[in-house]
Structure formats: C-alpha cells, structure tokens
Design a binder for this molecule. Sequence first.
Ligand SMILES: Nc1nc2c(ncn2[C@@H]2O[C@H](COP(=O)(O)OP(=O)(O)OP(=O)(O)O)[C@@H](O)[C@H]2O)c(=O)[nH]1
Ligand SMILES: [Mg+2]
Length: 221
Amino acid sequence: MDSATSETRTPLGASADNGLKIVVVGGFGAGKTTMVRSVSEIRPLNTEETMTQAGEAVDDNSSVSGKTATTVAFDFGRITLDARNVLYLFGAPGQERFWFLWDRLFSGTLGAVVLVDTRRIDDSWYAIDRLEKHGTPFVVACNDFGGPPFTPEQIREALDLDPHVPLVTCNARSRESSKLVLITLVEYVQAVYADARAVPPAASADAPADRAARTTRQELV
Ligand SMILES: Nc1nc2c(ncn2[C@@H]2O[C@H](COP(=O)(O)OP(=O)(O)OP(=O)(O)O)[C@@H](O)[C@H]2O)c(=O)[nH]1
Ligand SMILES: [Mg+2]
C-alpha cells in the first residue's frame, strides 16, 4: 500500500447510509462469482456467458478445465454485515480480455478482496498490482481449491505482500466463510481510514492486519 494515496483519504462515515462499494478481484476462475453468489442477500446479478470454442485462441483455460462459463462484465450483490455496514459487492471479470473494465469497477471502491487459487498464485499479481496503483485497501483470501499447503509466509513472499495486508483462507462456496472475509476487509479498511496521520500500518505494534486476523480467526495454518 502506498502511503501517498492514503494521505488523500477521508474518514468513513459513522453509518452505512451510503453503503460501501467492495470489489472482488483475482485471476480467471478464482471463485469471484461464486463468492458474490454465496453471500448476497439479494438475487445476485451475474453476467456469465458460456465459454465457446471461439474463445479458445485468446483464453487460457488449461488450468481451469471443466469451467464452462465466465464473467463478461461483472457480478453484483449486496450483504448487510451489521447495522453500520452494508456492502455492495462487485465481482470483476477474470479473463485478460475484460481487464479494461477494472478501472471503472475500482472507481469509488472502498476496499477489495483478492481471491487466490494457490495452484495458480501468479494469476493474482495483476490484481494486486492494480489495487496498489489505485491505492485501494485490500485483503487476500486464498480460496480452497485443495492447492498445495503453502505457509502464509510462502504466499506473502510469492505475492510480495506488504506485511500489514491481511491474508486469510476461505471457501467461496460457503456464505459464512465468505462473510468472514468481508468482515476482515471492513475492519482493515476502517483501520486504514482511521489512521488520520497516514502512518504506515506496519509501523504500529497492533497493525490492522493483526486486529483483523484475530477477529476472524481465519489465519492460514
Ligand atoms: N473446490 C472449490 N471450487 C470452487 C470454489 N469456489 C469456486 N469454485 C469453483 O470454481 C469454478 C470457478 O468459479 P467462478 O466463481 O466462476 O470463478 P470466477 O473467478 O468468477 O471466474 P471468471 O469470472 O471466469 O474469472 C466454479 O466451477 C466453482 O464452482 C471453492 O472454494 N472450492
Ligand atoms: Mg466470474
């Protein structure tokens, strides 16, 4: 997270009257649509289209065999976390040819979830890079695809994550698990925005990431 962008942030409001816009990003097939579907309390909007042979030349489906549909615009859902936090969730399209939509999706976004499939960690670099450049606070959630049992340190190193960025595990198909990821994000975002002096969170003994991880008890083991 670059401190230059955090200096321009204004504090979050005391109520959720305005709602909080959250994006779910990550590599192709990382489970973004699944997560929005799992947690949404309204019928989610999905813009999935069947993957056809026509796209074989431009889409790399080799690592997600069996996937038959892909998001071509965005997913939308809503979840009320508590009396103060209503989240409007936007799931980004994962395929490279739709990445041009991300900048529009990031507009007005308070925070992001980066979903990671640990079998394809490098697919997440692009999302993290874009969020860092945009100055959007984010958490990283490793979706449970039964990938290799990497340690948190290994994943942080592979993603070159700043130490204060929360790293959790999740099952995007589970509402409760996905909700915990969002709670982690909201707590982290609140801590980042509450830091009026824009001191890098890593400098604090009780960094936002630590507080968030304690609350959700979802630390990687
Ligand atoms: N095993 C396992 N499979 C999952 C999980 N989450 C999603 N899936 C499956 O992974 C596939 C891809 O999920 P999607 O939600 O479509 O992924 P996406 O990131 O939205 O994909 P794109 O929009 O095409 O980038 C689907 O078949 C899901 O059922 C999970 O936590 N565990
Ligand atoms: Mg999708």
